[in-house]
Design a protein around this ligand. Sequence first.
Ligand code: 1PX
Ligand code: ADP
Ligand code: CA
Length: 555
Amino acid sequence: MERPRRLLLLSELRVRNAAHDVSLSRSLLTWKRRTSSPVYHPFRPSVYHSVSVSEIISVREEEEEYGSRRRDDGSWKKIKEREGKDCRQTFTVLYVERCRQHRWRCAEVTFSCSDEALCQRWVSSIREQLAAITSRPKHLLVYINPYGGKRQGKSIYEQKVSPLFAEAGISTDVIVTEHANHARDHLRTGAELKKFDGVVCVGGDGMFSEIVHGLIWRTQVDGSADPNCPDETLLPCSLRIGIIPAGSTDCICFATVGTNDPVTSALHIIVGDSQPMDVCSVHHNNTFLRYSVSLLGYGFYGDVLTDSERKRWMGPARYDLSGLKMFLTHHYYEGTVSYLPARGIVGTPRDATRCRSGCVVCQHNGQLRPETSDGYEMDDASESESDGEWKTIRGKFLAINAASMSCACPRSPKGLSPAAHLADGTTDLILVRKCSRFNFLRHLLRHTSKDDQFDLTFVEVHRVRRFRFTPRHCQSDSDLELDLQEYGKRQIFSQICRDHPACGCAPAYSSWNCDGEILTHAAIDVRAHCQLIKLFARGIEEPAVFEDLTNPCAI
Ligand SMILES: CCCCCCCCCCCCC/C=C/[C@@H](O)[C@H](COP(=O)(O)O)NC(=O)CCCCCCCCCCCCCCC
Ligand SMILES: Nc1ncnc2c1ncn2[C@@H]1O[C@H](COP(=O)(O)OP(=O)(O)O)[C@@H](O)[C@H]1O
Ligand SMILES: [Ca+2]
């Protein structure tokens, strides 16, 4: 049972000219209309409201004169004294209101009373409570990609996000990027990170990936970890990352917040949410290539990305056109996949449960991290070996996908691997073997319906900590040089084939789609790093059991 809350303040204040009992505790602000009749009235709007203090954005002081309000700037007092009018003191609380489909809005309520000292006490008490929340950011470093998605990153930030940050007292250093990798390189070397409580990226998954690369690299170099070594225990990044969606897919935002809405994301940043996330490192021959947070896809998704890059001018629709084209092209690729199944963890890719806010699977599996187990450090190589046997699968694949999280996005609201977890230290390896176009279409269509996309004979899925892929034509290290020459020739061939599909021969290699960036190496070694980064998010919230039916935004 909930313990009675100790009230910091309890007063009678007016809300929209009606008397209310208003109370403030350390956790809640409530206001309840005073009613003369104790009889329940079904058509009277709800008289009780409560807001969690952790979801108050700010409090504003104002003064009211004959029903009209004015903000308390320096000039106001003079006017009041000169005109000697009857003023009520008012203050306005801005807070988070939940709307449909995981959207948040900034709502406000204005309280008034004639006692100036009482009003002051309310304002300072609420401000004190807000100041005590240490998880809220005060100074943020913001990167805007002006060319992401529909090229609206700058206006989205200026019109929807920046005013909210100002209202919440957050100061910002804003950098509008001038070229690809500008944000990554600035984070790696230029940015004075100690000054900031977090980094915000305005753009799509590609832009987020730049931020992740900059931050992870900087953290490893500062902590003397070697990012080139696939077995290195990477150091987690301390700065949280906020995503203001302004890209084409925005699946990382969608899968961690539940919607792609700049205002909702800004509010999650303001209230200081924190969501840990797994990151996969991708190596080739002990050389670091990239990190991946969402999708690593070879075959279908690699080809879609390669084709779509030439259609960037089309904006987000490029993926649909390239998707259709690659579906019709129906290329398959031969190779060997070997993987280390994740053992000792809770959860499988075929579970009916989903990773949601406060996910217990992520909490449980997160504690199995080597650096948190029994207080001593165990290197990750021994961890992987204790995990069990490598398994090997050889075959012809239409797609090889690794999803470190669900990859839910507006195109597929349940995602590539609906039961994947954001922070469990694993990735779901999905193998789609060569099959007919009809069957592949069935598999693709199931991403958009309730049907299980894995319940098909040509699809298999494994929850893994590590995997390797070797394309058929480069299977031994001693053949590497030959392979590289061969690879060069095949790349030229592939290009010719892509440009002249009528020749009927299929390319031997695809590319990897790594969170929307093309990887040119086909042979890769991938390892999941548990909870390497943190986002200003809380995971997708379960819908509330009791909707507030008086809230027009929720209906
Ligand atoms: C027939 C409908 C099939 C719908 C299948 C949809 C599955 C979509 C899963 C998408 C997972 C996305 C994972 C995220 C990837 C992003 O990192 C990455 C970069 O994002 P950014 O541009 O914001 O920087 N985005 C992507 O790589 C985009 C992948 C989108 C793939 C779209 C595929 C559409 C397939 C259409 C097939 C049509 C067949 C129709 C036959 C009549
Ligand atoms: N100023 C810039 N000019 C050109 N490219 C940029 C710039 N800033 C970032 N990029 C690159 O643009 C690519 C796509 O960005 P992203 O924001 O993910 O949009 P989208 O979702 O439309 O792909 C990323 O690879 C990023 O590195
Ligand atoms: Ca995961």
